[in-house]
Write a protein of this length. Structure first.
Length: 349
């Protein structure tokens, strides 16, 4: 969640959001809404997490449990005396292993966040996990997951215990052009934004049809099963575009990206009250925004989440204390040499 650091950002903190409560954040947790909406959401398994496992996620460094099936060249050994970080959460580890085996390929997510910012560390460069260790590597490398662990209730006017869960979704091919973020205020759909920040010609012809399907989906499934009046939800409408799939529910809060809108727009958008509905000449029509062909934000060349990346050698070194020591010694030599060169340059000047 962005933090205001100078006077130019301070107005963001004065946006007219309703008070944010711990209950609202917990209602948006995957484990809270998925059981009631599993019929309209991709297949997933939800696993309660133990305190020892949460301690493992929070700990510095990346040490993975020994993998008895290891037959690749990843460098992890199967020595009997190898440290096993899963010793204190063996039952949970076994459950995760079995779930990955059941799903084939699993996409992990903590209560609110998926480790999308950590895919650079995966050999496949995506979130598809074929083993429990693939999952641990992504979770421990993700700033998004760290936010769930350390700052989930930041900005709330109260607090509450957080029951942490790991959601493992069965992997499926998803066309990002068909993902949309939908904004609900006072239990009414007020806006829809394309999620992928690229222009797609074909979407303009589907806009009205998709809007109607999303409104029906909200009325039929979300409003009867989600308790809060204000929230944001993400959907996927794959070909032949007959069914809407729920991907996620997000808080009505500044931490949620408004994409093609601004939060000021969404908070101040004129929407008729239900009491005035009978006198309306026209039914309220939510705004559905798509990326325009000439939008300067479209087709950006910079990689997503690049600010969260670490050099590969830093990650590799973090997996073994001896490698970390060697890397730090080499780094010190480089810095010492750089300092000496700098002193020589100053003398030459």
């Amino acid at each position: 969640m962005p933090t205001a650091t100078d006077s130019s950002e301070r107005p963001l903190t004065t946006l007219p959001f309703p008070p944010l409560t711990a209950t609202h954040i917990l209602n948006c947790s995957f484990h809270s809404w998925y059981p009631k909406l599993r019929q309209v959401s991709p297949k997933a398994r939800v696993i309660p997490l133990t305190d020892p496992f949460l301690d493992y996620l929070r700990a510095d460094g990346i040490v993975l449990p020994p993998d008895v099936r290891r037959d690749d060249d990843s460098g992890y050994s199967d020595d009997e005396d190898e440290m096993d970080p899963a010793a204190d959460w063996r039952d949970l580890h076994d459950e995760i292993v079995a779930t990955v085996k059941e799903l084939g390929k699993a996409v992990p997510k903590l209560n609110w966040s998926a480790p999308k910012d950590a895919t650079w560390i995966a050999t496949t460069n995506d979130m598809e996990c074929r083993s429990a260790n693939d999952i641990y590597l992504l979770l421990k490398s993700s700033d998004f997951v760290t936010h769930d662990l350390e700052h989930a209730l930041e900005g709330c006017i109260d607090t509450a215990p957080i029951p942490y869960h790991l959601a493992l979704r069965k992997s499926f091919v998803l066309n990002p052009a068909l993902e949309f973020r939908c904004f609900v205020r006072d239990r009414r759909l007020i806006a829809v934004s394309q999620r992928e920040m690229n222009h797609f010609d074909f979407l303009s012809t589907l806009r009205e049809s998709f809007k109607a399907k999303i409104e029906d989906f909200l009325e039929d499934h979300l409003l009867p099963n989600f308790p809060d009046p204000d929230f944001v939800f993400d959907v996927y409408i794959p070909p032949p575009h007959e069914k809407v799939w729920l991907i996620d529910i997000n808080p009505w809060a500044q931490r949620t990206d408004p994409l093609l809108f601004s939060w000021l727009e969404l908070l101040t958008m004129p929407v008729p009250d239900d009491d005035d509905a009978e006198t309306e000449e026209e039914i309220f029509d939510p705004e559905f925004r798509l990326v325009a062909r000439d939008d300067p934000e479209a087709n950006l060349a910079s990689a997503k989440y690049s600010a969260h990346k670490l050099p590969r050698e830093v990650v590799d070194a973090g997996m073994t204390p001896s490698a970390m020591k060697d890397m730090m010694e080499e780094w010190k030599k480089v810095m010492d040499k750089g300092g000496q060169d700098g002193e020589s340059d100053e003398e030459d000047d």
